[in-house]
Design a protein around this ligand. Structure first.
Ligand SMILES: [Zn+2]
Length: 323
């Protein structure tokens, strides 16, 4: 507390208190605050420059060093994850997708980043911003690549399921027993018609066999016709799905009904000589998506590569068909 000062007033002949001016008090306070602040600043600078850390600072420094180390380790793990993922993606594109006839997923789709707004803005402005942002970006990209890869595998699983169904239904055996391949009488292509006697497109393959020889469904499917066909005589048509149909003509007897589900190898009728036919035989056709195709390519369950060559040669002979 400051002293109270007095002075002698010669006019009133009395002692009076000396009044302090407000401005002066404020000035003194200002000087006091300024000097304290300066002192504080000097001490702070001194402490910082002396290299002496407070315990709290030392703890923070340790934590920072630890985090940096963890980030470095994390980056190495990310390297490893990216390598494994790249390998899975490569196998997916070059093996699995190729196997199931799916087009490969282009790299620019697999590796596409996130466009638009800056998703990493909140990570800006720190000493380690670049490192942390880079890590965050890599993790985001890995996540996206995993989603794409997972979808690709879903697609392949579906294709594999379809492939299994396709393998069961696609025509894949000879329609009559023909172990020594001696029954192949005429192939697909331009042939002289045995009755009309001029060259004409022969839409199928002829297998000679005694009347009554069993005829087999060449793939799983549904019987859609059992009856007479123009020129075909007594015939059966099976629809296999996936765009495939097979025709069996000139039968003597049927062994199936329209609407019946048949399995590959099931007897659907017997060899005969009905319709435009020059002798007992089976005329066999394969159709794909509404177009007749060469049946010679649809015996893969039956033939070894060598037998296939023999079959090809026999089917290629430009002989007269039995029709
Ligand atoms: Zn024929």
């Amino acid at each position: 507390m400051s002293k109270v000062k007095y002075y002698y007033d010669s006019e009133t002949l009395s002692y009076r208190k000396v009044e302090r001016k407000k401005g002066r008090t404020f000035g003194a306070a200002l000087i006091f605050i300024a000097s304290s602040a300066l002192m504080g600043l000097l001490i702070t600078i001194a402490v910082f420059n002396s290299g002496v850390d407070t315990p709290k600072e030392r703890k923070l420094e340790r934590e920072l060093a630890n985090m940096s180390l963890q980030f470095e380790m994390q980056e190495k793990k990310l390297d490893q994850i990216e390598r494994v993922l790249a390998n899975v993606e490569e196998r997916d594109n070059n093996v699995y997708r190729v196997l199931f006839e799916a087009s490969p997923i282009p790299n620019d789709v697999r590796l596409a980043g996130f466009g638009g707004v800056n998703r990493y803005k909140n990570l800006e402005g720190y000493d380690n911003s670049a490192l942390i942002t880079n890590s965050a970006k890599r993790i985001d990209q890995i996540t996206k690549r995993l989603v794409i890869q997972s979808k690709s595998l879903d697609e392949i699983a579906k294709l594999a399921e379809e492939k299994e169904a396709l393998l069961k239904t696609i025509p894949a055996i000879q329609p009559v027993q023909n172990k020594d391949l001696s029954r192949v009488a005429s192939g697909y292509g331009m042939r002289v018609h045995p009755i009309l006697k001029y060259r004409k497109m022969h839409n199928g393959m002829d297998f000679t066999a005694p009347p009554g020889t069993p005829i087999y469904a060449t793939g799983d499917g549904t019987v859609t016709k059992v009856g007479l066909g123009s020129g075909y005589g007594k015939m059966v048509i099976i629809e296999h799905g996936f765009g495939y149909k097979t025709y069996y003509a000139h039968m003597s007897k049927y062994n199936t009904k329209v609407g019946r589900k048949v399995k590959r190898g099931e007897i659907i009728g017997y060899v005969g000589n009905t319709g435009l036919s020059s002798g007992p035989h089976l005329h066999y056709e394969v159709w794909k998506n509404g177009k007749v195709v060469n049946p010679v390519n649809f015996y893969h369950n039956d033939l070894t590569p060598e037998e296939y060559d023999i079959m090809l040669a026999a089917a290629a002979l430009e002989n007269q068909s039995l029709d």
